[in-house]
Design a protein around this ligand. Sequence first.
Ligand code: ADP
Ligand code: 5GP
Length: 205
Amino acid sequence: MEKYGSRSFLIILIAPSGGGKSTIAKRILEDFNRTTYSISYTTRKPRGKEQHGVDYFFISQQEFEEIAAQNGFLESALVHGYYYGTSRKFIEKKLAAGKHIVLDIDVQGAMQVMQSGVDCVTVFILPPTISELEKRLRARGTDSEQVIALRLQNARREIAEVDNFDFLVINDDLEQAVQDVERIIKTEEMRICRKKKIIENFMEV
Ligand code: ADP
Ligand code: 5GP
């Protein structure tokens, strides 16, 4: 459906942990009522104030395997020792309803979605330096020193994959980074391949 003048697509935000994905995703969802968020399924346990059905669907490994066996995940991956997956049904339903869907998933998952043929735009988000990333992880206060060290180590590996994706946004000033991602979305909406219906309407065919 091209209710809003262009076919809808997935907006995949990729960043090392602490890069600013959730902060930026929240702003996009507030600013564009055409966007919705894909709540992932995970086998990890809730942290802090996280709620089932809001932050994630927290499920057992057996439940995860059952969904996977029924081809229920558009993509899935093992991240930091736990399984994570995106519901295929949710994505199909929302795209059909004309919504863009924001996904906060890891590098492996993003590559699977790109290979699946589902229309998506990938945005890699990076703080200005690795020491700034470390500072933000500490300031967030959700991780132990050991976990921070592991996340920084993983960050180096994830950054090496940056060439696989469409856009790079530097998250130095948050307002600028939000504006940059929103500009990408607006530009992507103008791609001719997503505007076929408008052209048909213009020609009155
Ligand atoms: P992610 O979802 O990628 O793990 P978060 O959105 O949780 O990252 O951001 C990590 C921390 O950095 C949070 O405490 C957030 O408030 C902070 N943060 C995000 N963007 C900026 C920024 N541009 N400047 C300073 N702090 C930021
Ligand atoms: P956290 O457990 O800290 O919320 O997330 C850990 C990592 O898992 C992050 O990099 C996040 O982007 C990724 N992640 C969250 N949901 C999914 C998902 O559905 N699929 C994949 N592949 N990664 C996910």
